[in-house]
Design a protein around this ligand. Structure first.
Ligand code: SF4
Length: 349
């Protein structure tokens, strides 16, 4: 029985719809958005398109000849002329070659493969790593790609969509020595962070047909408008809630207004669809970050899966920050797990 009806928590299984898509009993949201027609002319001005998008998302109507996914794609493309996809809101004219804080211009993919190291519910996950990030985390384990938007290769949406389809339906390699066929059970958009690449992702999905859940694997620093575009496309948010206060966020990831933005977006994400919230436990940050983050989740995101992660080790420039220059101790991790248990959180295995 759901503990709190006010959070749109409909079922006891926090990933019920995800499992139904996997079983072929439901359609991935992006496919529904492709088939849902709306009555708009994509040549209209941006404000009108936004208004129509928001109204269509509210009333659930389906009349016209333009796929809803195309409307979302058009809106996200227009944002590249004045980028406010994330809350840094650089307003960079990325379409004209002017990079913002993340440095991302044309999307580059540093790697894409069937990931076997994600949460058990998600593997094998076709994970697509974009270069560049909206954060500057001093301990980033992927800093070689997150801080270098030029890393990786430019791949067309057509080619990437073919790879998605191949891995979903015809993949028979990787474990071919044992003649085992592996298929991706979802698409996992990550980086760095996927946010600067929203338009490319929607363009890719508009060329796909595979009934695979879409996972948004992100720091969740998106603007409200970007969150609205993701509504009806993403099946599972795989979020990263790191800090319990703005000082730690500013000092370690160079972002402002972190807590308010993360809380807002987690509430929006919860209303939209299913989610798994990750929290990486940082050494010496139990009381300032772990406890308040987990407490907030327990009070506001009832019924979600939570992954309390204990694998922190100093990477990138973490050794310049005294408390981050060592791995997390087993005692600290135990303490984080104890807090989570005391709060009654539903932890990933
Ligand atoms: S996505 Fe990049 S360019 Fe756009 S607002 Fe964020 S940091 Fe700036």
């Amino acid at each position: 029985m759901c503990a709190d009806a006010s959070t749109d928590c409909m079922t006891a299984d926090p990933l019920l719809r995800y499992w139904r898509i996997r079983a072929g009993e439901a359609e991935a949201k992006y496919l529904l958005a492709k088939r849902r027609m709306v009555d708009v002319d994509l040549g209209m001005d941006t404000e009108t398109l936004r208004r129509m998008h928001d109204s269509v998302m509210l009333d659930g109507s389906s009349t016209g000849k333009t796929p809803l996914l195309d409307l979302k794609k058009e809106l996200s493309k227009r944002m590249l002329d004045d980028c406010a996809l994330c809350e840094r809101a650089c307003h960079a004219k990325r379409a004209s070659g002017m990079a913002g804080h993340c440095g991302v211009l044309e999307p580059r993919i540093s790697s894409e493969f069937l990931h076997m190291g994600e949460e058990p519910e998600l593997i094998p996950s076709h994970t697509i790593f974009f270069s560049g990030c909206t954060f500057d985390c001093v301990y980033c384990q992927n800093h070689d790609i997150s801080s270098n938007p030029e890393a990786g290769t430019i791949v067309s949406p057509e080619l990437l969509s073919r790879r998605i389809e191949e891995r979903a339906y015809t993949r028979d390699k990787g474990l071919s020595l044992t003649r085992t066929s592996i298929r991706s059970i979802n698409i996992n958009w990550v980086g760095g962070d996927p946010t600067p690449n929203l338009s490319f992702i929607l363009d890719t999905l508009s060329k796909c047909e595979a009934n695979l859940p879409q996972i948004w694997n992100s720091n969740m620093y998106l603007t409200k408008h970007a969150m609205q575009i993701l509504d009806g496309v993403i099946d599972v948010y795989l979020t990263d809630f790191k800090y319990g206060n703005d000082d730690c966020a500013r000092r370690l990831s160079n972002v402002d207004r972190y807590v308010a933005i993360l809380k807002r977006n987690h509430i929006i994400a919860r209303r939209q669809t299913e989610m798994i919230v990750r929290h990486l436990v940082l050494p010496s940050h139990i009381e300032c970050c772990t406890r308040p983050v987990l407490t907030w989740i327990a009070e506001n995101l009832k019924g979600v899966k939570v992954n309390v992660m204990g694998q922190y080790g100093p990477a990138h420039i973490a050794r310049q920050f005294p408390e981050l220059s060592r791995p997390l101790s087993p005692l600290e991790f135990e303490s984080a797990i104890e807090i989570a248990h005391d709060l009654g959180l539903d932890l990933c295995d």
